[in-house]
Ligand binder design. Structure first.
Ligand SMILES: [Zn+2]
Length: 84
């Protein structure tokens, strides 16, 4: 366990992704402009897509409480990590 870099609550430590945020924070991803951005696994082919206001894209950058983060994939699970 380790503290979430955003909210500081204890969350699980994912090997290789020490800056990953907790599940609650990972549901609050926004774009730099403040639009809600979600990440979903691509069916069949691996990887993931971003969805901003129903528009499907290939974004990885996002913000939680104005803190810059990146979406990554780890064993088919999308995780959000703070950049700094
Ligand atoms: Zn958190």
């Amino acid at each position: 366990m380790k503290p979430c870099p955003i909210c500081k609550y204890e969350t699980r430590l994912i090997h290789y992704y020490p800056n990953s945020v907790c599940p609650q924070c990972s549901y609050q991803t926004k774009t730099k402009q403040g639009q809600v951005i979600q990440f979903k696994n691509k069916p069949y082919y691996g990887g993931f897509i971003s969805i901003i206001d129903t528009i499907i894209g290939n974004e990885h950058e996002c913000y939680i409480n104005d803190i810059p983060c990146l979406a990554k994939i780890y064993k088919d699970e999308i995780i959000i990590e703070t950049i700094y």
